[in-house]
Design a protein around this ligand. Sequence first.
Ligand code: SF4
Length: 461
Amino acid sequence: MTTADSEAVSSVHYLPHRWREECGVFGLWAPGPQIADLCYLGLFALQHRGQESAGIAVTNGLHVDEVKGMGLMTEAFRERRPTLAGQAAIGHVRYSTQGASVYANIQPFFAYAPGGFIGLCHNGTLTNADQLRRELEAAGALFRTTTDSEAILNLLALSNGQGVLDHIATALNRVEGAYSLILLTPNQLIGVRDPKGFRPLCVGQLKPGQFVLASESCALDAVKAELIRDVNPGEMAIISHKGLSFRTFGSKPRRSACVFEYIYFARPDSELDGQSVWQARFRLGQQLAREFKRQADVVIPVPDTGITAALGFSQTSGLPYVEGLIKNRYVGRSFIMPQQITRETAVEMKLNPVRANLQGQRVVLIDDSIVRGTTSAKIISMVRKAGAKEVHMCVSSPPITQPCYYGIDTSIRKELIAAVKTIEEIKECLGVDSLHYLTKQGLLDQIQDPNNSHSCLACFD
Ligand code: SF4
């Protein structure tokens, strides 16, 4: 991280978070004057994947018109959106996992070579980024950002092969980790998903000859495109005036799709790798209910991400689903607090109890995960103070004992409560009457991978 990066980070005081997303990518091939607006709509549907900055670039094959800005989509594009009537556009919403949240790091990134330009949007994290950067710098490459994504762009600019698809395949042979990419050249739009398929990427059709690439299918809905299918791990989706085609690249390692997309990150109205996120999350709640062995009166979600699992829990257990915590919808994930307000107090800015629904009740509180435990402890204390007789915490994921190296901002290991404490100690810390985490097998069964043949569980192992 550069000095400028550190200054930018320390000047901002965000609402405390439990678990942050990675990024969202969107691209479309739809020649016409509406292209920037369509890209804006698609990207807006992916706002949950990144709220720190956003960028859109449009090309007509000769020129590129790009607009970037810090903050939410509404802030980043308050002044202007691209105005070029182009044939293709790409866009990115960012949450920084590598490189600070500063203007220079806003994507799309572009490199200009004799054969034309190449633009890039990246969701994921490269595990060999530092090594790649050292090697590329030694070979004379210049970096303008502090992100790992720029290493991919430099590799693309320096790689050999016959045509851009060979360049991409050669460059990606040297890249390790998680990447779903959308690339833009003067005459092609290309979606790429890494060989393990950590992060999602799908392709849809807008009209005959017009195609869309997006992190999640909810963004296809936003522009009224039909989902065709997910881009497979180790596959490129190539879009041009000739239409849509696919090409595989790289080795065929074991597939490792991130299970947290189903548990928390993805929007419930998305479909990932053929599964409805809402239905998967509902089944996780049902499974939790089958595993939970206590008596209780009501099921209460931690809004918003605990809601679907709580509905599933309620249906299977027969316990009534009750709203016990109300979220202030105007406090977003990137809400900037006044400096004098502590992070602890800030949780109360976001959630407030419904005392009438909690008083005298034996409550099952459903949440998607526990990372550090500080926010959960605050919420549980709030529920108790509001009059709950008992609080039983049920978590729709197994204990997180390892940081994620594939594009999710968890904490460092020693800050992960389940990495340093036993379940009994966590129960004491949180102040609950009982604590139940979903079992790993329960998770695998409900995301339809009972033999663990295609899921990443690295943060639980
Ligand atoms: S380590 Fe966890 S959060 Fe990271 S990709 Fe794997 S399952 Fe997802």
